[in-house]
Design a protein around this ligand. Structure first.
Ligand code: HEC
Length: 118
């Protein structure tokens, strides 16, 4: 009986079309730059150039190479630890976590090419 599956697929596809963008995509990169200055710059390089003050903290222009932006937004939103090691937990109230993620997305460098297979 294939019909119900096809129907369900069609209904959920049309639901996608009218759904608003998820909350984590609602950030303002300019506000996020300010927030990053206030909260992240003591450890991370937050601009497109420069080294991190804390050598263990990757420059934020590379922070999404290994990290999905929606997961980062989720972790920050829920005040969950981004890293289980040396990074503090943040408690955002006003949605600024989404601004930070928008800023991070706006400054990401291209990841280096994959190394050749050995
Ligand atoms: C007290 C220092 C400190 C502050 C402040 C800080 N971080 Fe970090 N962060 C780290 C360190 C150190 C790491 C590397 C992982 C580890 O050792 O915990 C890290 C890792 C990360 C990662 C993971 C990168 C990866 O490749 O795995 C992201 C994303 C990140 N930080 C975002 C942020 C954002 C956004 C802020 C500001 C809201 C921030 N951090 C503030 C120290 C900090």
């Amino acid at each position: 009986m294939r019909l119900p599956i096809i129907l369900i697929a069609a209904v959920s596809l049309s639901a996608c079309a009218i759904e608003p963008a998820p909350a984590w995509q609602s950030g303002d990169a300019e506000v996020g730059h300010q927030v990053a200055q206030d909260l992240c710059a003591s450890c991370h390089a937050i601009e497109r150039t420069g080294d991190s003050p804390n050598a263990a903290a990757p420059p934020l222009r590379r922070a999404l190479w290994n990290f999905r932006p929606d997961w980062l937004a989720d972790d920050l939103h829920a005040s969950r630890a981004v890293s289980l090691r040396r990074m503090p937990v943040f408690h955002f109230g006003e949605g600024h976590e989404y601004d930070v993620v928008a800023y991070l997305l706006s400054i990401q460098e291209d990841a280096p090419p994959m190394p050749p297979p050995s």
